[in-house]
Design a binder for this molecule. Structure first.
Ligand code: CA
Length: 157
């Protein structure tokens, strides 16, 4: 399991990296939104742990952008923002789970395991056979890249 950790605090990054690596996760860590975008562009991750207060912006903005682009990777938001409105805003922005700081690493790893078990998370896949793509997250079938629909008992292009 490959984890992208987006966190600007070195001590928290070290702590999470040590704990997750001991549980068998492969962890890539970055300390900024720019670093996160670059990592997401070149590598596919099973899960993202996202801090919100980052030196070059707000993690929620990147999360909204990712979801708008159709990126469905499970995202666990890790933040010092505690109040209910902020948590709801995080979930509404496309977070799959929310964990307030400070946290116990046992809870973090338990939440990661729960997220990775979800069928609409990391297991959502595109299956390709010849020129046909079936996307189980988007519930779409494409032929030669064009979406087709099932209507009146037949496939419509
Ligand atoms: Ca931070």
């Amino acid at each position: 399991m490959r984890v992208l950790l987006v966190e600007d605090s070195e001590s928290i990054t070290d702590y999470i990296c040590i704990c997750l690596k001991s549980e068998g996760y492969v962890v890539d860590s970055v300390g900024s939104l720019a670093g996160a975008k670059a990592a997401l562009a070149i590598t596919s991750f099973d899960i993202v742990i996202l801090d919100l207060g980052l030196p070059d912006g707000d993690g929620l903005d990147m999360l909204k952008e990712m979801r708008a682009q159709g990126n469905t990777v499970p995202v666990l938001v890790l933040t010092a923002r505690h109040n209910l409105n902020e948590r709801v805003q995080g979930l509404n922005s496309g977070a799959d789970d929310y964990m307030p700081k400070p946290f116990a690493v046992e809870e973090l790893t338990a939440r990661l395991r729960a997220l990775l078990r979800r069928p609409d998370g990391s297991l959502g896949v595109v299956i390709t056979a010849g020129n046909v793509d079936f996307n189980s997250n988007a519930r779409e079938v494409r032929v030669n890249g064009k979406i087709i629909k099932y209507q009146d008992a037949k496939w419509v292009f």
